[in-house]
Each structure stands twice: as C-alpha cells, then as structure tokens.
Design a protein around this ligand. Structure first.
Ligand SMILES: *Cc1c(COP(=O)(O)O)cnc(C)c1O
Length: 798
C-alpha cells in the first residue's frame, strides 16, 4: 500500500458507490454502461470522498478566523483529475480493484477523461501546482479563474502545418464541479461616472452575471481541501420573449449570446498583448467577481473594513488580474466610504503581484480610450493612484502614458510585494522592466523560484520510479521532497543503478507503445529520447534544435559507419494561432521529420517525432520516458521554466543555457550533471549590439551554413525554396534570439552528451543524481515561501 489513507473506504464500498452513481446520477443499468458512464461513476464516487474534508477545512478556517489566500489567475492548466484525486486520497489501488471487479480497466477509464486545459502553458500549470500544494500544506485558499467553455485549442497537423480546432471539454458533463446558481454576481461595464457631492457614482450601461462553479481540491492524504472557484458569464435576462413573439428567434437569444461570449474561449496566447476589448472584459469580469465574492466573505465575519490585510491576501498571477487594484480601491472608497488615500493603502497591503516575463510585447497595455470607455470609474481611480504614487515616491514612472494604461506598472504600484519566478529572473526584473520602480521602492521586489507538485509530476506519472524510491528510502517523500537527497548514497550501488535503468526503460517502452497505437510511429527504446516539450516560441529556440538535428543528419550521412549514438528527437508543443514564425518552425520540424524518418541509412540512428496536441496528459507520458531535457532558451528570456524541473526530477539531465531556473537546477543537481552551453544573459545583450553578428556567426560555422543552405534550396520542402524564405531571412539578418551565435556551442555540447550516453553506468549516475538533487523544486517549498514572505499566513493543519 502507498502512504495511506485518510478514508475508511474499502473496495466493496467503492464498488457499491459506483453502482449507485451509475443508477442514480447517470441513469444507467450496468449492462448498458459505456466507458463514459463508468468514468463518471468513478469520478463522482471519488468526489464524494472529498466533500467531508472540504467542509471540515471550511469550518476549521471559520473557527480559527484564519487568514485566507486568494490566488487570481486567468489560467489553470489542470489536466485530468481522476488519478490525481485517487492518489491524493490514497485509494488508487482500491479504485483499480473496484473497476476490475466491474469488468473495467482502470487505465482505460482514467485515459477517457478529457484534460481541463484552461491555460496555455507554464503560467497556468504553475497555478494548478500551487492549488495542489496549498491544499497539501493546509493553507486556507481559493483559486479564482474563468470557466472557459472552450479550453486551449486542439492542435492537428495537415501536411506538416498546424491547424487549430475548438476544444470541447464541456461537451460532456464535468464530474468535479458543483454548480452554484445562488452565487451570481453582477458585473458592470461602460456608462459614465457622476459626482454626488464627495461621492462618485458609476452608472454602467451593460451588466452580465458571473456564476460560480466550485471544484474541491484535496491535498495529499486528504487532510485539507480548498476550492477552485471558476466564473461563467450568464446574461441578466436569459431570453427576450418580445422579440421571440415577433418571430425574431435569433434576436431573442442575442442578449444571452453576447453575455456568454465573455467566458466562451481561452485566449490562445499568453505572450502578446492582443489589444482586444473582449480580453479586457474577461479580465475585469473574473477579477471583479472574485473581489466582490471575497469581500462578501470577509464582511460576513464581522471584521473592521480596514483590517482587510489581516484576513485576506490576494495574489495576482501576472498582470491579467491587475485591475484588482483599482477595483478594490473602488469598493473600499465608493462603497465603504474609506478616504481615498486609506483605501489605496489598505488595497496595497492586501495585494501582491507575480511577474512572469520580461518580454516587452507581453507586458499588457490598454489603449486609454478603450479602457476609459469600458471602465470609466477605474480609469479615474488609476489617475488618483498615479498621483498618490508620484507624491509618495517622488518618481517619474507613470501608469498612464502616451494614451496607454500600463498594467505592469499598475500591478507594481498596487502591490506590497512583487515577485519574480527564479533567482536570475528576479534580478533581471530589478535591472530591466521595473528598474526605476525598484529604485523608488527598493524593498518591494523579491524572488520566489517556481516549483512543481511532486504528486502529479513523479508519484503519479512515474509509478516505476516511485516504486524504486519507496524501496530505497521508504515512503513519505511525496510531501517532503527534499528527502530525495537520501538517494545519493545509493547511486554508487550497481544494483540500484540497474533498477533505475529498468524503470526508465519501462517508461520508454510505455511511450513507444502509445506512439505506435495513437500515431502508428515506431521508435526504438534503446535510442536516447531527447525531449523538447513546451509552447513553440522563438525565444525557446526549437529552431536551434531542429537545425542541430539536420547538422547531425548530415554528419551521419557523411560517415554512416561512424560510432553514432542513436537518438529520437521528440518535440511537443503548440504555437499561438496568429504567431506566423512559430508556425513556420512547426512546419519545418515536420518537414525534417518526414525526410529523416524515411532515410534508410540514418533512420535507425536519428529519428524525429512530433506528436500532435501536446497537453498535460501527454507531458505525464513523455516526461518519465525522456533521457535528455532540452532547455535551450536565449539566456535572459525564460523567466523560470517548470518543464525543466519535471524532466530533471524524472531523471533527464538537462542540456541548457544559464537561463531561468536552469541556473538553480544546475546548482542543486551538481554542475557535473548538467550540460551547459551558450551565451549568458550579459553576453546576449552585448552580442546583439554588434552589427551583422548573425551573418558573421553563420560564416564562421560551415556546419550551420550548410544546414541553412539545404533549407533554402528546398531539400526538406519538396524543392519549394519559398516555404522558409521568411524564416531564413530572419536568421541571416535579424536573429534576435541568437540561434546563430549559440549554434556551434550547442552542437558540440550535444556530442559530449552522446559520449556520456554511450556509457550506461555514467549516464545512469547522472540521471539518478538529477532525481536526487531536485527535492528543493517542489511547489510545496514555493508555497511555503509565498506564505511566509508575502502572505503572512500559517497552515491550519500540522
Ligand atoms: C509544465 C508544462 C509547461 C511549461 O513548460 P516549460 O518548458 O516550462 O515552458 C507547458 N505545458 C504543459 C502541458 C506543461 O505540463
């Protein structure tokens, strides 16, 4: 049995519960039940187990008058929940046995659940890991977000090009949520502000309802459960009967369609400012609903209004909910008659902001005209906040400038703490985007390096390694991940290394079977699985990886009998639909895959696979099976990364640059267990200022020049020499992300990787020391840091 067990549930009881749900919740006779029916009956039965700890946690928080944390995030990239809940409650084996008794296969039922993909990538996945850790540690908390009808788009490849289709997780009933029609909050837009003596009154001209849907989030061993509350937009007036009676059937549904648009889709791009009115409305919609909701809860406990920061901590995950600052000020000043200066101070003590990026195009700015039209009262409050900030800090840094409202500056000024997400990134935040604000408020910026939940990203997704760790250091490490360091003493034990290799091997076979079954792709589990899985972005440099792949292919073809180390290059990831360059990179990877995988002289030595539709569930399959982790972003551009942590934890040494959390990973696993290459963040800035640096680098590297020539002459595009013209032009004449400058260093380091991989004992030592060194990167550690350095909250379980 695994670290058990907070429930007295046994297998017969779970079987009975499932049969009961099958009848009473799904209206099905077991004889006619489909996979969906069984999956729902299992999920509903597991949900029943969470309800008691959930109620108990709420009671406990009220009794203790505990401070609550509110984590506001536009994205929660959750994935599936059945296995997650079963494992946290310690009933995984019982669930498998109960299903077996009912003639059902646990793995098939688990795999039938659609991913809850309410996020784009790392930022949304971080929010999901934080929910798990908040509940595991026992901190009273709510996650607040949007219940998108359509999550992140599904990715397909047509002739190698990415095509998007709408995601439809809510086409079926979502088993985990409780609908709360009684929690419907009015959200206002537009109109004008009038002055009534001292008082400002906002007369809006549009109202929608935010309706709550609650998902209980149980932590490890079910000792505590928090709430993820997602808001769906609903119309105030469901249906216009007058129009209908006139025969205008479409017009009759128009108010409903307009209102629902707000929570219809996840914006598929978290790194560029879309400038869309709908996006601004989405941000205000969920932020305002969340603030009203938490204020109602706070006031119901009878506390003094200006004691808000003693009872409430609000964390803003990036600037998307930065409107929380002016919204909170509006409520405190306009609705509770706090003097404006006091309202600003109380709001600031309550709010904190996490910065996730230095990319200038990703720092949200709204055209002032649009902003003032949709949120006229907030526009005025931001001007007041700006004046107060000028007066207090004696600084020239503006929030509104050149007809734009700058959300990063707003979030900074309205937060008592601003944190970056890795040590390097937090330093760069001080030096670059918020340099002047940092000078004005030198104590405000701190660092909280990201983490990942070890329950999902090792315990659940890698049962083979879990079992070996249990056998080696005993149980209990899943909620105390630093204990993995106890593995270090076993690394010199040949039997341990043998077992570690066997675990990796079985994960690679599992992946090979899945690729065969889903995509009819055959891969050789003896080859090195070299993995780059993440959103496709120029700064992440998938381009450099595929260029290196072509260069290696050339070398193998030049010397087919050389001593090569067989590799499978695995890519996974989606490009934002409007991101032309990223889509061109995807097309190139697929073109190269097609060519190389068909080459009889090289295909046993070098293969490229790019399975469609990378998501959390695919990550859970790929990560345990990976040998090498590609973390090759241009130094200074990846704020932290969390994929780097998942891979290293599961025994993939990193080939990477000194960027984001790579720096700290390298320190923790040991510099000798990390393949470092490339320019540093400072080198990058310097090199960029050298005129013609890209051209010079290409001319100095015959290997790179040859590869670029092949792409240009249509070698990979069936003779079409136009397909990659724009991409190549960018490499030769622009290359903002310095692919050309790091190419040789990357190529040579890959050959070093080849050398170590050829020695299985040396490689296994390295992989195992990665696992042993990664304990610090648990999101439990990150959340403890936020709790003590930002929120000033203490757990309510011991
Ligand atoms: C962890 C994760 C990410 C983040 O990956 P990075 O390599 O840190 O960019 C993105 N998408 C999914 C599905 C993930 O699980």
């Amino acid at each position: 049995m695994p670290d058990t067990l907070r429930t007295d549930l046994d297998q017969p009881a779970l079987t009975q519960a499932m049969l009961r749900h099958l009848r009473s919740s799904l209206g099905k006779d077991p004889e006619h039940a489909t996979t969906y029916d069984w999956r729902m009956s299992l999920a509903l039965s597991l949900r029943d187990l969470v309800v008691e700890p959930w109620f108990a946690s709420t009671r406990r928080t009220y009794d203790a008058k505990g401070k609550r944390v509110y984590y506001l995030s536009m994205e929660f990239l959750i994935g599936r929940l059945i296995e997650d809940v079963a494992i946290n409650l310690g009933v995984e084996h019982i669930a498998a046995a109960a299903l077996a008794e009912l003639g059902q296969d646990y793995d098939r039922i688990v795999a039938d659940e659609p991913d809850a993909a309410l996020g784009n990538g790392g930022l949304g996945r971080l929010a999901a890991c934080f929910l798990d850790s908040l509940s595991t540690i026992g901190i009273p908390a709510y996650g607040y977000g949007i219940r998108y009808e359509h999550g992140l788009f599904e990715q397909h490849f047509e002739d190698g090009a990415q095509v998007e289709t709408a995601e439809k997780w809510l086409a079926q009933r979502h088993a985990w949520e409780f609908e709360r029609p009684e929690v419907s909050i009015s959200i206002h837009f537009g109109g004008y502000v009038s002055q009534c003596g001292e008082k400002s009154v906002w007369h809006s001209d549009e109202t929608v309802l935010a309706q709550a849907y609650d998902t209980p989030i149980a932590g490890w061993q079910g000792k505590w459960a928090n709430t993820l509350r997602l808001w769906a937009a609903k119309p105030v007036k469901l249906f216009d009967l007058e129009s209908f009676n006139r025969g205008d059937y479409i017009g009759a549904s128009r108010p409903e369609a307009l209102a629902r648009t707000i929570s219809r889709v996840l914006y598929p791009d978290d790194t560029t400012d879309t400038g869309k009115e709908l996006r601004l409305k989405q941000e205000y919609f969920f932020t305002a609903a969340s603030i009203q909701d938490l204020m109602r809860r706070f006031l119901a406990e009878g506390f003094e209004i200006d004691s808000l920061p003693d009872h409430v901590a609000i964390q803003l995950n990036d600037t998307h909910p930065a409107i929380a600052g002016p919204e909170l000020v509006r409520i405190l000043a306009d609705e509770h008659a706090l003097p404006m200066a006091r309202a600003i101070e109380v709001a600031r003590k309550t709010l904190a902001y996490t910065n996730h990026t230095l990319l200038p195009e990703a720092l949200e700015r709204w055209p002032e005209g649009l902003f003032a039209r949709i949120l006229p009262r907030h526009h005025r409050i931001i001007e007041i906040i700006q004046d107060a900030h000028f007066a207090a800090a004696g600084t020239k840094v503006t929030i509104i400038e050149h007809g734009q409202v700058k959300m990063g500056e707003l979030a900074f000024v309205m937060a008592h703490k601003v944190n970056g997400v890795s040590a390097l990134h937090s330093e760069l935040v001080k030096e670059t985007v918020f340099h002047d604000l940092h000078t004005a408020y030198p104590d405000r910026i701190i660092n909280q390096t990201n983490g990942i939940t070890p329950r999902r990203w090792l315990y659940s997704c890698n049962p083979a390694l879990r079992a070996l760790i249990d056998d080696t250091i005993g149980q209990g490490w899943a909620a105390d991940l630093e204990r993995l360091s106890e593995l270090r003493s076993s690394v010199e034990d040949a039997a341990f290394r043998e077992a570690y290799r066997a675990a990796k091997r079985s994960n690679k076979e599992r992946l090979a079977e899945w690729l065969k079954a889903r995509d009819r792709i055959t891969v050789n589990p003896d080859a090195m699985f070299d993995t780059q899985i993440k959103r496709i972005h120029e700064y992440k440099r998938q381009l450099m990886n595929i260029l290196e792949t072509i260069a290696l292919w050339n070398d193998i073809r030049d010397d087919p009998n050389g001593d090569w180390t067989p590799r499978v290059k695995i890519f996974g990831g989606k490009a934002a639909p409007g991101y032309v360059m990223a889509k061109s990179i995807i097309h190139l990877i697929n073109d190269v895959a097609k060519m190389l995988n068909a080459d009889p002289t090289t295909r046993d030595l070098l293969q490229v696979v790019y399975p469609e539709n990378y998501n959390v569930s695919m990550a859970e399959l790929l990560i345990p099976a990976s040998d090498l982790s590609e973390q090759i972003s241009t130094a200074g551009k990846e704020a932290s990364g969390t994929g780097n942590m998942k891979l290293s934890l599961n025994g993939s040494p990193t080939i990477g640059t000194l960027d984001g959390a790579n720096v700290e990973i390298r320190d923790h696993v040991g510099v000798e267990n990390f393949f470092l290459f490339g320019l540093t963040a400072r080198d990058v800035t310097k090199r960029r200022s050298v005129p013609g640096f890209a051209r010079a680098a290409i001319e100095a590297s015959p290997r790179l020049a040859r590869v670029l020539g092949q792409i240009a002459d249509g070698t990979f595009s069936g003779g079409d020499s136009d397909r990659y013209a724009a991409l190549l032009h960018n490499v030769w004449d622009h290359d903002y992300f310095l692919v050309t400058c790091d190419f040789d260093s990357y190529f040579n380091t890959q050959r070093e990787v080849d050398g170590v991989y050829r020695d299985p004992e040396a490689w296994t030592r390295m992989a195992a020391l990665n696992t042993a060194g990664m304990g610090w990167f648990s999101s439990d550690r990150t959340i403890r840091g936020y709790a003590s350095d930002i929120w000033n909250v203490r757990p309510l379980v011991v």
